[in-house]
Design a protein around this ligand. Structure first.
Ligand SMILES: [Zn+2]
Length: 491
């Protein structure tokens, strides 16, 4: 017996030593990285800030699917773009699609023999609810630049800031005589906040109908996160490779009803509630996949030794680490299809057996799962023929873009040039963007905004006091200019 314990202890010590040595070799400690500082020309920064402030003043609001777009706001905005970016408008062809979406083609020489690429952005913004208005320090559509050089207003980040940056970059290049060696499309939807069916979907269909395939497209959706990932001080550039899908399942049951003094062993309410409970209690398994793994490895060097041991030895720690990471629901969302029991409806009176009950569960589908798969899995878990399952509004996840593709490599290299030597890692977008409409038009679709996000910035998107420092805007422009040059210069 004693001998057995000796062997066991020795084996454990050997394992610990092995794990530690492996950690030091595979994931050596490193310093936290920081963003590169750059000199910017104040006059140029000011001009760009004024352009974004002016763009914010056009109330291109998406109020709802039933409300027609504000014709004047959109057409005035289009005229503003034409007037502000003359060199680009001279070089590019413009087509209006779906009423207000802008489809620009900047023709290339074709010298590179490369497929076209596309930059996506949306013109529309979400409304500002009446009750939130008093919380804004400057009017959401006033386009104020304060004395610290911060541009305030709805759309400053999502997504007019990006649209304006793209136009600034392209106009500057065009004015300097740059001619791309491949076609570059600029696809600016007008209803992204409503799902993009009238804008992005139509532009994608138009490209498809003409047999135009894109090598890659770049849209909003992810950014450089600073102070958001727990335990990581370095800013981390996250390039999103795919977008989750979604479906809502309605579990309903009917019953003849009656008086509550003589019930059966179930009611329409209990059947529906049980279905909702069962699917919630049987979540999709957490998977720490290769993309999350490359993310963890990118940020690991500055983590403490115990965390690095876990990350360097995923062959042993993977399931445990997945569980640990999922303690943050935000991180958990990247690892599986999520299940959220959001609504219930049943009964009219406390002493009447309900004739109808329903439970509503919203799923956000990971690219490895499908709408049909979600429905089938739920039916199996609930396994009750008294419960009817109806799928509402199913949308598949997009395909997963290539983290080794041309687009990814160029975006990564440009991040290095403009923001410095910071970790870059692939990720997943958990909200919807216009990019998903181009899934079958572009070989790869990436989502990355060249801006630095802190936790408080995340709250401002679709929230109050949306803002962007003018210096950050200038960096966005630098990024797009560098990326356009890299992607479309003959070499
Ligand atoms: Zn957006």
């Amino acid at each position: 017996m004693v001998r057995f314990f000796k062997v066991l202890v020795l084996a454990l010590v050997a394992l610990v030593v092995f794990l530690m040595v492996r950690t030091v070799i595979v994931l050596p400690a490193g310093e936290a990285k920081s963003l590169k500082t750059v000199e910017q020309d104040p006059a140029r920064v000011r001009t760009m800030a004024e352009h974004l402030a002016a763009a914010i003043r056009f109330p291109t609001i998406s109020h709802g699917l039933e409300v027609a777009p504000d014709d004047k706001a959109f057409t005035d905005f289009h005229a503003f773009l034409k007037e502000t970016y003359p060199a680009f408008h001279e070089a590019a062809e413009l087509e209006i699609v779906g009423g207000y979406s802008l489809m620009y083609r900047w023709p290339g020489t074709g010298a590179g023999g490369k497929k076209p690429i596309a930059f996506l952005a949306h013109q529309d913004v979400v409304p500002v609810p009446e009750e939130g208005l008093s919380l804004w320090q400057h009017g959401p559509f006033d386009g104020v630049i304060d004395d610290k050089g911060i541009i305030w207003g709805r759309g400053a980040m999502d997504d007019k800031g990006i649209l304006i940056s793209l136009m600034e970059a392209a106009d500057r290049l065009a004015a300097a005589g740059f001619v791309p060696d491949r076609d570059i499309y600029f696809l600016f939807g007008h209803d992204e906040e409503l799902g993009g069916d009238k804008g992005a979907a139509q532009m994608a269909a138009a490209l498809k109908a003409r047999g135009i395939g894109l090598a890659w497209a770049l849209d909003e959706g992810s950014a450089i996160a600073e102070g958001i990932v727990p335990g990581v001080k370095s800013p981390v550039a996250l390039i999103s490779l795919a977008e989750k899908g979604s479906v809502t399942l309605k579990f309903s049951a009917t019953d003849e009803g009656g008086h509550s003094s003589a019930p059966k062993d179930f009611t329409a309410a209990s059947l529906a509630a049980r279905a909702g409970y069962l699917v919630t209690d049987n979540p999709y398994p957490l998977v720490l996949d290769e993309h999350l793994e490359s993310f963890l490895k990118a940020v690991a060097p500055e983590m403490d030794f115990t965390k690095r041991i876990a990350i360097a030895n995923l062959w042993l720690t993977r399931p445990l680490l997945a569980k640990q990471l999922a303690k943050s629901p935000t991180v958990g969302a990247f690892m599986h299809t999520t299940t959220a029991f959001t609504m219930m409806k049943a009964g009219t009176k406390e002493n009447l057996l309900p004739q109808y009950g329903e439970a509503v569960v919203n799923y956000r589908i990971h690219p490895r799962d499908t709408v049909a798969g979600v429905v089938a899995r739920a039916a199996e878990i609930v396994s009750d023929d008294k419960v009817n399952i109806m799928a509402l509004g199913g949308r598949e996840a997009t395909s997963l873009s290539n983290p080794d593709g041309e687009g990814y490599r160029l975006i990564e290299a440009t991040i290095g040039d403009v923001f410095g030597d910071i970790p870059v890692a692939p990720t997943l977008t958990v909200q919807g963007t216009d990019a998903r409409h181009y899934d079958t038009v572009a070989e790869d679709t990436y989502r990355f905004m060249p801006m630095v996000f802190h936790a408080e910035d995340l709250k401002r998107i679709h929230g109050n006091n949306e803002q962007l420092p003018a210096t950050a805007l200038a960096r966005q422009v630098d990024f797009f200019e560098a990326l356009m040059k890299k992607a479309a210069s003959a070499n």
